[in-house]
Design a protein around this ligand. Structure first.
Ligand SMILES: [Zn+2]
Length: 93
């Protein structure tokens, strides 16, 4: 007899806690941990992080490299000039 049965005998009903730690992406249809969906407004986006990365042109190919390593590589290949990084932060007011 587990704890749920004991509680039932005592007249206590136990509702199973619905797991909200996973979410199905509208993008790829994969069920992934909720952390894979960026927070958007009061909830999470319906598009998972890897699909968002793919949309923005990022690939998994260079994932293991730090930006500074990639910059060093470009410099070694003769690239010069100004490289800019755009960071967009949005706030709901
Ligand atoms: Zn996806």
């Amino acid at each position: 007899m587990d704890n749920t049965d004991k509680l039932k005998l005592a007249g206590i009903t136990v509702k199973p806690v619905e797991a909200t730690t996973q979410k199905k992406g509208k993008c790829c249809g994969k069920t992934l941990p909720i952390e894979d969906f960026p927070i958007y407004g009061k909830g999470h986006r319906n598009t998972c992080i890897s699909c968002l990365r793919n949309e923005s042109g990022a690939t998994e190919k260079f994932k293991q490299y730090q930006s500074v390593e990639l910059i060093d590589e470009l410099r070694a290949r003769g690239y010069r000039g100004k490289l800019e990084k755009v960071i967009v932060k949005s706030f709901n007011l």
